[in-house]
Structure formats: structure tokens, C-alpha cells
Design a protein around this ligand. Structure first.
Ligand SMILES: Nc1nc2c(c(=O)[nH]1)N[C@H]1C(S)=C(S)[C@@H](COP(=O)(O)O)O[C@H]1N2
Ligand SMILES: [Mo]
Length: 441
């Protein structure tokens, strides 16, 4: 006995209902049969590139989340101040994997882009939905790579939106699209990776269609009516290049290595000489340290050099206004800490100044039960404010620095005084401090 089709079956049938055929006279240019002939393209190649790409994306996403939640803490955010280079490592990995994704994504898109010219463009509603989801996936991935690259290059003009928010929300979109994509393609990926021979008779398949070649048991067992693309002639390995699938994967791997070596020196000091494409060299800048925002562009030169300068410190015991000489009269400490810019460069330096927790105690607060709001002399700009929570506040390495590498702070590094704390994004290392407010928790 057969039951009447339920709503799920009816929906499935609707989604699989063939659309009217596209008129053949529209089939021109790349839509013509036999346009893409590279024998290197195979479901197996696409699956292998896809796995590498998925792992890189996952790493980039997780390290990106860390950076986001340090800068925009949620109630559950906890970020330790040790090891001192923790953020340098997580953010270094974030930017390095993001850059490595560029050649990987290029290879992956090359392996599947003939699918863009599938004929007919849409077979049925399910096919249309699948194509739309791929469009979301590719756009989100390209958006992340391009905006990330523009940020690393400090080139904000082409981005008429706030980079941080756009990059964060599109990351969720990309990850959602990737998870969906993997879910949909899983049977295909497994079949492609299980097959021992790399050669397939469907070089244009690129991993988008059900494997309708009929050469695998899975294809025959597929309960869904397999959509058979037009047969693609078997092409001999390219005699001009002699490139094999393995050769292509090796080339993609070499491109990843080259991109990494050419840029990672912006945070891995021993490689700084070979990193010719790194936008920042960790040793170039006033006092041997790079600068993102100069005192001139922040508009603080007059305020910073004003002899009437005072640092306002407000706490439970009241508020005081300290001169630079007052700050220098506190016990001075010297620490070696890196500046780790969110954009991927990082550079270690020697900082000398007052422990923040000493200033908190002076203002009548307890470093374990307070947080400090730091404010810059800057009257505008996103990074004029930052908050220091207990893990960093209580750390003896957290300083209000007056000196850098043995000399008075250069004005571009935050003269008269700046915050420097371990394992903290550069954007939160506030320069040209005007006020510290101690808030009891
Ligand atoms: N007041 C203020 N502090 C700031 C910034 C800023 O724009 N304004 N930029 C931050 C950023 S993005 C970084 S990477 C570090 C860089 O410190 P440096 O210029 O001393 O190397 O300073 C941080 N401190
Ligand atoms: Mo930065």
C-alpha cells in the first residue's frame, strides 16, 4: 500500500519541477559546450582544495572572533594578560591565514568557475536555490578577503562602511554559507575522496553536480533522479603544461607559502627581511617602532606639548591632576612588551613608566575590584577611549609609559604618556592620555 504524499514530499516534488527549457539560441560564449577543457578540473581536486580552504577559514574565523570579543567584550568575555604575546600569536594567525586564503580561494574558484556557465542556467527551483546559496558563499568569502586586505594595507577609501562591523558580520554570513555548502556537498566530497584514481571522465564537473558519470556505485544508488549534464568529452592531460592534479596542488601550496613568507615578517621578527610585501616592517618608525596614527593626524600636537598638560586621575579617593614630573616621581618600571596592531604587524619594545595598579591604589582603588577608563587628548576618533579590566589592570607589566627604548616617548608614540599592557590589541593601547577614571566593580 502507498500512502498519499505528505507535505515534505510535495515540497520536494515542487522544488524539483523542471522549468521551461532555456532557448538554445541564447547559448553563446562561455555557455557553449566544450568551452572549458582543462583535464585538471575534477571533483577530487575541488574537494581537496575545499578541505584546505575550510580549515583555513575556520582558523581565521576563530582567531577573528577572539579579536572581536576583546575589542567588544560581552558579559562572558575573559581575556588573560598572559602569556604576554598571546594576542600577538592569535592575531598573527588571523592575518596570516586570511592572506593564505587568497591563493587558495583563487585555485578553488578556478576549479569550479565553469559551473557558472552551466546550461541550462537553472533547471528547477532547487537548482536555483543552490546557485543562489553559492553566490552568497562566494560573495561573502571575496568580501572578507578584499576588506581584510584593504585593512591590512590601511586603505579605507574604497570602504564606505565601518570595516570592523562589516568584516565581523560578513564572517558569520560566510561561515553559515560554508557550513551549508559542506552539508550539501558532503556525499560528493566523500565519493570524490574515496575514489583512488584522480582521473574522472567529467573534467568540467568541478564538484557542483551530482556525480552522474555512472562510474561509481554511489551514483547508481542515488534515489534522487540524477540530473545528467551533457557529456563532456574526455580530454587528455594537457600536453602544453604537463600539469597534473598533484602538481597543481603543489603549486597552490607553494603560492600559500610565498604569500606567507612575504608578509608574516611583519610580526615574526626573524622573517622581517624576506617579507617584502608586508605593509609594515616592525623596526621602521620613530624610536624603531611603526606608527599607525601620528600626533598630527590625531590633532593632538598642541595639547600634548602644552606645559599646562596634566593627567587627570579620578578614583574613589577623589581626583588629582598629575604633571609629567609627578608621574616620573612614582616608582618607575621597565618592561618589554609588543605593540600588536590588529592589522597584523607587531613589534616589541622596551617601555618605562608607572604601574597602572600603583596609580589605581593612589586614587584609592583596588586593582582586583576596579576597571579603568582611559581617555586620550584626541577629541574625536574611534580609539581615543579604552577600558582596562582586572586581568590587565592588576598585571605588574601594565604601565602608563613615559619612555620608549630608553628615551622620552616620541610624540607619535603617545607623549606625554600612553597605556601599554601585555596581550592587548594595539587599538586599545591608548596614546596621548588625558584622563584615567577608576570605576569600582
Ligand atoms: N589615542 C589613540 N591611541 C592609539 C591609536 C589612536 O588612533 N588614538 N591607535 C592605536 C593603534 S591602532 C595602534 S596599532 C597603536 C600603535 O602604537 P604606536 O603608534 O606607538 O606604534 O596605538 C594605538 N593607540
Ligand atoms: Mo592598530
Amino acid at each position: 500500500m502507498t500512502a498519499a504524499p505528505g507535505p515534505t514530499e510535495r515540497l520536494a516534488a515542487l522544488l524539483r519541477r523542471s522549468l521551461p527549457p532555456a532557448p538554445d539560441r541564447l547559448r553563446r560564449g562561455p555557455w557553449r559546450a566544450g568551452t572549458f577543457t582543462s583535464p585538471l578540473r575534477s571533483t577530487r581536486l575541488t574537494a581537496q582544495l575545499g578541505i584546505a580552504l575550510a580549515l583555513a577559514f575556520l582558523t581565521c574565523f576563530l582567531t577573528g572572533l577572539i579579536s572581536h570579543f576583546i575589542q567588544h567584550p560581552a558579559w562572558w568575555t575573559y581575556w588573560p594578560s598572559r602569556p604576554v604575546s598571546l594576542y600577538r600569536v592569535t592575531q598573527g594567525i588571523h592575518v596570516a591565514t586570511g592572506l593564505a586564503i587568497i591563493p587558495m580561494l583563487g585555485a578553488k574558484l578556478w576549479s569550479v568557475y565553469p559551473r557558472l556557465f552551466t546550461w541550462p542556467p537553472v533547471r528547477d527551483p532547487a537548482h536555483a536555490i543552490e546557485r543562489a546559496s553559492i553566490a552568497v558563499l562566494v560573495s561573502a568569502a571575496l568580501f572578507q578577503v578584499v576588506t581584510g586586505l584593504l585593512d591590512v594595507a590601511l586603505w579605507y577609501a574604497p570602504m564606505p562602511f565601518f570595516f570592523t562591523a562589516a568584516h565581523y558580520w560578513t564572517a558569520w554570513l560566510a561561515v553559515g554559507a560554508i557550513v551549508t555548502h559542506i552539508g550539501v556537498k558532503l556525499p560528493l566530497i566523500r565519493a570524490a575522496l574515496a575514489r583512488r584514481t584522480g582521473l574522472t571522465s567529467r573534467p568540467e564537473a568541478g564538484g557542483d553536480a551530482p556525480d552522474a558519470g555512472g562510474d561509481t556505485p554511489e551514483a547508481g544508488a542515488d534515489a534522487r533522479p540524477a540530473v545528467v549534464d551533457e557529456p563532456i568529452p574526455l580530454v587528455a592531460p594537457n600536453p602544453a603544461t604537463g600539469l597534473t592534479r598533484r602538481g597543481l596542488l603543489t603549486a597552490a601550496g607553494a603560492a600559500v607559502a610565498a604569500v606567507t613568507l612575504a608578509t608574516v615578517g611583519q610580526t615574526v621578527r626573524p622573517l622581517s627581511r624576506v617579507s617584502v610585501l608586508a605593509p609594515r616592517r616592525p623596526d621602521i618608525g620613530p624610536q624603531g617602532l611603526p606608527v599607525n596614527k601620528s600626533a598630527v593626524s590625531a590633532g593632538v600636537v598642541h595639547l600634548a606639548r602644552d606645559p599646562a598638560y596634566r593627567l587627570d586621575v579620578a578614583g574613589p579617593a577623589g581626583s588629582v591632576r598629575l604633571t609629567v614630573a609627578d608621574l616620573a616621581a612614582f616608582p618607575q618600571h621597565t618592561v618589554s612588551l609588543p605593540i600588536t596592531c590588529v592589522e597584523g604587524w607587531s613589534a616589541a619594545a622596551r617601555w618605562t613608566g608607572v604601574r597602572l595598579r600603583d596609580l589605581v591604589a593612589y586614587a584609592g582603588g583596588d586593582a582586583d575590584r576596579t576597571r579603568v577608563h582611559a581617555r586620550s587628548l584626541q577629541t574625536s576618533g574611534r580609539y581615543r577611549l579604552s577600558t582596562i579590566e582586572p586581568p590587565h589592570l592588576g598585571d605588574p607589566l601594565t604601565l602608563i609609559a613615559l619612555r620608549l627604548n630608553g628615551a622620552t616617548l616620541h610624540i607619535d608614540h603617545g607623549y606625554p604618556c600612553r597605556l601599554i599592557a601585555p596581550s592587548r590589541p594595539g587599538v586599545l593601547q591608548t596614546k596621548w592620555l588625558a584622563a584615567l577614571t577608576v570605576e569600582e566593580l
